[in-house]
Structures are given as structure tokens and as C-alpha cells.
Design a binder for this molecule. Sequence first.
Ligand code: PLP
Length: 393
Amino acid sequence: MLSDRLKFITPSYTIGVSSKVSEMKSKGIDVINLSVGEPDFTVPEKAKTYGLNSLKNDCTKYDLVPGLKILREEICNKLLKENNCNYSIDEIVVSSGAKHSITNSLLAITNPGDEVLVPKPYWVSYPEMIKLVNAVPVFIDTRKEKGFKLTREDLEKHITEKTKLIIINNPSNPAGIVYTKKELTEIVDVCIEKNIYILADEIYERVCFNDDFTSIASLSEKAKEITITVNGFSKSAAMTGLRLGYTASNKVIAKSMSSIQGHLVSHPSLTTQYVGYGALKECTHDIDDMVKVYKYRRDLVTSKLNSISDLEYIHPDGAFYAFIDLSKVKDMFEYKDSFSIDFCEKFLTEYRVAAVPGIAFGMDDYIRISFACSEESFLTGLDRLNDFILSIT
Ligand code: PLP
């Protein structure tokens, strides 16, 4: 009865873990939840005021499909000031979240059967989104000794006649990778040479702990031409539930995405758009303060991880996750099909800590924990991880 595309979709592991946590909590079990991918901060007050005022002023009717003019203008200002990218407002399409922007991009760019390159480890939804539009995800194994950064050689090996697009997530979820300008230039040069579009998912751009972050579209005019930059307000302004994202791309792609979005959702909620406008206009310092806290927590998490034997991790330079390599423990742990699923299951039921199995990101020897939660939560959670590992080894 249902469409064939559903046969190929894997339910979200992260949402699966969250529902188990809710179930345990509803039974009165005290669980430490390190699986969440959302800021534990609230939306900055000044940004909220913009939303509330818009309602008071009855801004509740249909508006422009690609987003409020003032919001798109503010996005252009931000892209110029912070990312060194010069866009006009007709190159911006505001959507209901980065997820929505990625879907708009895939619908605008890919035909059925086109290949989309996805470096590993990848954000959990990319493969499923690609399959939903009947394109084909092609995974690229990256090397641990290169910090899981995609290299020119790894990329070139996976390009075929059907390759249409590559997704580069920088800073990355789950590994917190931040590419240097030189590393990005090497990748982008190959894409320019081979005529491949780039979807630059820069949603964690503000949550970056070093000075290395570079927007792909800022590298050159040609890079800008082939790149769709995806960004949003969920991670920077803690606006996850308000659902607001955007793309910056060339005019032709922007117009196509706008036409797709017009039929599917018109535009995101106006109230949300006004909150986003307020966040960009007035809340840079609030966002800076949140990032300082994430950085402080990153340092605590990594020093704690350093004290636990038999694990390794990728040093996170951005985002708010630690991607933990448990391959040394794997051989000593009894599991059925998937090590990371069984490990996380036992961690949750016996140690009452929720983490996300690495298989969700294409790497079964790993688990991901988030530090977008209180210091007490992640420090206790990591103490329990230590106990768990000691019980196995
Ligand atoms: N891209 C990455 C890499 C993410 O981690 C997430 C959320 O976890 C998203 C996109 C989606 O963000 P949004 O809430 O704006 O849809």
C-alpha cells in the first residue's frame, strides 16, 4: 500500500534513542541523556521579542516564499561580514530548518539515479534524504590518521559519470572536524574540475573552537557558483524547535528551490522568521557566550576522555559532540549484528546513559556523546562509561 521509497529508509537512530530515554523517564528511571543534538540554552531574549512583537502586529498572513525580505537582507549582511561571501537577497531561500534546506537542494539538483558523495562519518539524515529523492548515496571512507578529513585522493576515487553533488559538513557532526582553508581548496578544485556541485552544510559554523573555519563559497567566484551553502538557527541561536534555516546559492538554483518550496510549504512560520531576524540583528554576543560555554565543556570532556583507558576519540574543533572510538573494546564485548547498537543498548539499560551508536554515522566501532548538556551530566555519564569499559576489559 505504501510507496517503495519507504523500503529503503532507515528510521532515525537518534530519534530511536530519544524515545527509549522518554520511555525510561516516564517509568521514573533517572537517565543521563548524552544523545541529544540540541543546545541546552534558551533562545536569546532579544530575539524572542521580535517574534512576540510580530504576532502583536498581526504579521500572520502569507508572505514571500523565499522568506521575509528583511530577514534575507540580514542573512546577506551576515554572510558578507562573517563569511566573506557576497550574496544578493534573490540568492537566499529561507526554509523550515537546515534539514528542509538540504531537501530543497537535493530536489533542485538531483535526478533519480544521480550519485551524491557522502564522506564518512556522516550526519545521520544525509543518506536517507538522498534516497528519498531517488538519488544514490555513495559513501567515501576517510582515514583516521587524517582526522577523518576528506582528501583529494579519497574524493577522486569515488567520482563517476553519475556524480552530481558532494555533501561537505564543516564543522562536522559527529566528529567535530573543522577543515582548513587549504584542505577545502583541494576538495573544491576537484569539484570545479569535474563539474560537481557542493552542498556545504555549515550549520555548526558558529560553534567552532579554532580560527580555521572557512565558508566554501568564500574560496573563489567559481567555488561560490557551484556551492549551495546550508545554514540555520538551530545550533547557533538554540532555535531547534522554531525550525528555521536557509540556503545561499546561485540565482538559478535559488529560484528552483523557491519554486519547489512554494508548492510544498510556502514559507516558514513568520513568527519564527522574525525571531531569526532578531537573532541575527541583536544576538551575536549571546551566541558568542554560548560558544564559550561549549568550548569550556569541550575541554572538560576531552580531558575526561584522556583519563579513560581503551578508548580514543577525534579531537572536536567544532560542534558539540565527541565521537568515541571503542574498537579496542569491541573484541571483548559480546554483540550480535551491530557492536555500537548493542553497546549503547547496554550502556542505557545498565548504566542509564544514552549515547548514539556510531553505526548511525556509518562507523560501527564508535559511539557519539553530546556535550550540549550540563557539566554534571556529561562528567557523570563519562564516569559511567569508564565503569562500563572496565567491566568489559
Ligand atoms: N545538519 C547537521 C550536520 C545537523 O547535525 C543537523 C541537526 O542535528 C541539521 C543539519 C539539521 O538542522 P535543523 O534543525 O536546522 O534542521
